[in-house]
Design a protein around this ligand. Structure first.
Ligand code: ZN
Length: 82
């Protein structure tokens, strides 16, 4: 499964985001390392503060809309079409 990419709200790097069940447009930023310090002094991995943060997912497509003006008057031969 290919996950959409979003920009992490903390470090601005492009990171995968997993969908959140029940929320079509929301996703959780995938856990990723901190941008400057990957491990603390004890050797434990450090996550970026933006990991698991809820963000808006990019929409795959947007429904196009058209501005169509309805005719103001009905054509005279409209009834002839029926
Ligand atoms: Zn980040």
């Amino acid at each position: 499964m290919k996950l959409p990419r979003v920009h992490c709200p903390k470090c601005e790097r492009p990171v995968a985001a997993r969908p959140i069940p029940g929320h079509l447009t929301k996703g959780a930023v995938w856990r990723h390392d901190a941008p400057t310090l990957r491990r603390d002094t004890d050797g434990r991995l450090l996550s970026c503060g933006g990991s698991l943060e809820v963000v808006e997912l990019p929409t795959p497509g947007v429904q196009l809309t058209f501005d169509v003006e309805a005719p103001e008057v009905e054509p005279l031969d409209a009834m002839a079409l029926f």
